[in-house]
Design a binder for this molecule. Structure first.
Ligand SMILES: [Fe+2]
Length: 191
């Protein structure tokens, strides 16, 4: 899909975030990914199938999107809410993505919870940064990024990115990330 280079004139607006609940009033859309949407992403596929079966395919993560056009010059923002849990011994995580316009970065401001931002380049260089309340993580242009919840409560972040960034899920689905986060002996192990 070719993203628009046209920038629309829109009206200023304000909206209310619930920082504790991780919701956005007046959100344009709420994307919910269920455990069954995560097939192919976890190391232990049978553990994921068990989770889908035994917990009625629970919501894995939700994104509340701002009502801002996906256009060059706009600043998109969203609330990302990733629930806590394990698939086998691997922490719940998002699919991860590159940006469709690869030369665009993103800011994640963690509002609640504990976790990691796992990042990688197309050349396979890997980097991860810690999420904790008040901690800001910068995912630079060209870096794929995935959130991982290593805590016991929802991991909630406010994300801000250029309007024409777009999402490219396909490449990272094929490549995968070089590192995964597991719970081993009660601790976070990045393997
Ligand atoms: Fe992104």
């Amino acid at each position: 899909m070719q993203l628009s280079r046209i920038t629309s004139m829109i009206e200023p607006f304000a909206l209310q975030l619930d920082l504790a609940a991780g919701t956005m009033a007046g959100a344009e859309s709420c994307i919910a990914r269920r455990a069954s949407d995560m097939r192919g992403y976890y190391a232990d596929e049978s553990a994921l199938e068990r989770l889908i079966r035994e917990q009625q395919d629970p919501v894995h993560y939700e994104t509340f999107e701002s009502p801002v056009p996906e256009e060059y010059g706009q600043v998109k923002f969203c609330i990302s809410k990733l629930y806590p849990g394990l698939v086998g011994d691997e922490y719940f995580m998002t699919k991860g993505h590159y940006h469709q316009t690869a030369e665009t970065g993103e800011i994640y401001l963690c509002l609640r919870g504990q976790g990691l931002m796992m990042m990688k380049t197309a050349q396979g260089v890997c980097n991860w940064q810690e999420f904790a309340p008040g901690r800001l993580v910068y995912a630079p242009p060209f870096w794929a990024h995935r959130s991982i919840n290593t805590g016991c409560e929802p991991l909630i972040s406010l994300c801000m990115y250029p309007g024409d960034a777009g999402h490219n899920y396909g490449d990272i689905r094929t490549e995968g990330f070089p590192k995964r986060a597991f719970q081993r002996d009660g601790k976070v192990a990045i393997v």
